[in-house]
Design a protein around this ligand. Structure first.
Ligand SMILES: Cc1ncc(COP(=O)(O)O)c(C=O)c1O
Length: 392
């Protein structure tokens, strides 16, 4: 039986599979079982930020697997302590809780902010989140996600979560009060098509969070770790969050998420309040350390900055030629190209020509290439993308 048939027969039908079967990945390319090469312009949806089969990640896996793979959370181990130290040294945070995934980092954040809120007053349990946000698929993450299409079938959701329109300061003013313990935001909403929060809205969040003692949780699961051109997207703004969630590229392809918390929150959760069997496992943290060591190199940061400028420039000149593109948005190497109802056709044609494109929110081509993609690979993408647009 082919892998497609096996998949169809034995795996729950929750994903739309592509019609190709991948054998291996190297750098910015994936190779299918017929050895056809594909330029990967979304890097496993922002996971493989150092490309595929990065030598430092492979080395970390080999080295760690010689010692142990799993110990249980009764033991301390070096890779997780060192990774936490790195995350703290490069952010506002003072401590870290590791998870296996993004949605679990969100769950940890939700539990922590509720406990903190209740320590101030018993009714401080309300949480604000934004329309069109995406925070994950478990019940906490799903309840914070501001997209009815993901929620309707699974109600009732976690209570006391209020959604307001992104960038609507009036709506924010109507819901803030001393009964709100936290607001969850993505500086750039990825799933909903690369939509940024405005400076004014971020400023308002900052103001009301101080006034009403509301914790700000930055979900940087997609924007974090240099994706937007800075190590964390909040660094582009004047707002420093109280908590921050990470996942995706953190584990370099292994499952790893993290919740970072500020000094004042480091003692909210006590032993027994929260935990996970696999979260922050030694192997994932070893690869995480390799990832963070690469992503914090000054030359890497400069390189992403330059490539982002180049890619935006090229895309803008394409936009001038092809009116099908109505907008190009984003920051760093997290870019949305608005193409209306042609998105799936563009994706399909690009696939035939050996470029993997991701479509989100039906009308947006979402670019999340490896951060170490080469300039000539960006040129290859631009050429093929333009060739595809010519045929639409
Ligand atoms: C901003 C954001 N938050 C949360 C999640 C959920 O992460 P995971 O799929 O690892 O649970 C995602 C995943 O796409 C995301 O982009």
């Amino acid at each position: 039986m082919s892998n497609f048939n096996l998949d169809q027969k034995y795996i729950l039908n929750t994903y739309k599979r592509l019609p190709i079967e991948i054998k291996k990945g190297r750098g910015s390319y994936l190779y299918d079982i017929h050895n056809k090469k594909y330029l990967d312009m979304y890097a496993g949806i922002a996971v493989s930020s150092l490309g595929h089969h990065h030598p430092k990640i492979i080395k970390a896996i080999k080295k760690q697997s010689k010692d142990h793979l799993h110990l249980s959370n009764y033991f301390v181990f070096k890779s997780s302590s060192l990774l936490a130290q790195k995350l703290v040294e490069h952010s506002f945070a003072s401590k870290v809780f590791f998870t296996n995934s993004g949605t679990e980092a969100i769950e940890a954040a939700l539990k922590l902010v509720r406990k903190y809120g209740k320590s101030i007053n018993a009714s401080k349990t309300k949480v604000i989140a934004l329309d069109e946000a995406f925070h994950g698929r478990t019940y906490g993450g799903l309840s914070l996600t501001g997209q009815p299409k993901y929620q309707e079938a699974f109600k009732p959701l976690v209570p006391d979560i209020i959604h307001i329109e992104r960038n609507n300061i009036k709506a924010l003013e109507q819901v803030v009060s001393s009964d709100v313990c936290a607001i969850f935001i993505e500086m750039i909403q990825g799933e909903s098509g690369i939509q940024s929060l405005s400076d004014e809205f971020i400023e308002a969040i900052s103001k009301y969070s101080i006034k009403h003692e509301i914790l700000v949780v930055a979900d940087e699961i997609q924007t974090g770790l240099l994706r937007t051109g800075k190590l964390f997207a909040y660094e582009h703004t004047n707002l420093t969050p109280d908590l921050l969630t990470l996942a995706k590229s953190l584990g370099g392809g292994l499952p790893l998420g993290a919740l970072l918390v500020s000094k004042k929150l480091e003692n909210v959760l006590k032993p027994g309040d929260h935990g996970t069997t696999f979260g922050g496992n030694p192997l994932s943290c070893a690869t995480g350390l390799a990832v963070i060591n690469e992503l914090t190199k000054p030359e890497m940061i400069l390189d992403v900055y330059k490539k982002s400028g180049y890619l935006f420039e090229q895309l803008k000149s394409i936009k001038n030629k092809y009116p099908i593109i109505s907008e190009i948005r984003g920051s760093g190497l997290m870019i949305g190209i608005e193409v209306g109802d042609k998105a799936l056709e563009i994706q399909q044609k690009a696939l035939e020509l050996g470029v993997l494109l991701n479509v989100t929110n039906q009308t947006v081509i979402r670019l999340l290439p490896p951060l170490n993609i080469q300039r000539k690979e960006l040129d290859e993408f631009i050429n093929i993308f333009e060739n595809v647009l010519k045929t639409i």
